[in-house]
Design a binder for this molecule. Structure first.
Ligand code: ZN
Ligand code: ZN
Length: 137
């Protein structure tokens, strides 16, 4: 058993603790992830929702992703940090931003999604598998 993944926003109003291992760790270069991060991609860990303990009230904003699926961004109304993402069509999944972890070094990216949207200046690890959009299921 490894220790729980804990983290939250910059001001500390939103906190999470997650037991269990991530199902996937992904760098995403889609336009939404660029707009949200302010740079070329966002980095995520996806967990089963069942292991998540969440405190604090995030502001939620729904958008239609490049994939056509609705995703709900959750960010802190005070400090503005993006903290997690949920998917109305897939409520069993809870996704956190890698930098929101108390120990961001635990993030180990496995692949890149939406590389088709990537910019030449956003260099990711060349050893990572890259998918133009989402990996095939
Ligand atoms: Zn905050
Ligand atoms: Zn994305």
């Amino acid at each position: 058993m490894s220790k729980d993944f804990a983290g939250g926003c910059a001001c500390g109003d939103i906190r999470y603790e997650i037991s269990g291992e991530p199902m996937a760790m992904v760098d995403c270069q889609c336009r939404d992830c660029q707009l949200k991060s302010g740079t070329g991609h966002s980095s995520y860990l996806a967990f089963p929702r069942a292991g998540v303990k969440l405190t604090g009230a995030a502001t939620h904003w729904d958008l239609v992703a490049d994939s056509g699926n609705v995703k709900t961004r959750a960010f802190c109304p005070k400090c503005g940090s993006p903290v997690y993402l949920t998917f109305p069509a897939n409520p069993g999944v809870f996704v956190v931003h890698a930098a929101s972890l108390d120990d961001p070094g635990r993030y180990k990216p496995q692949f890149v999604t939406y590389a088709v949207r990537g910019h030449a200046w956003d260099k990711l690890d060349p050893a990572l598998p890259k998918f133009e959009k989402m990996p095939p299921r």
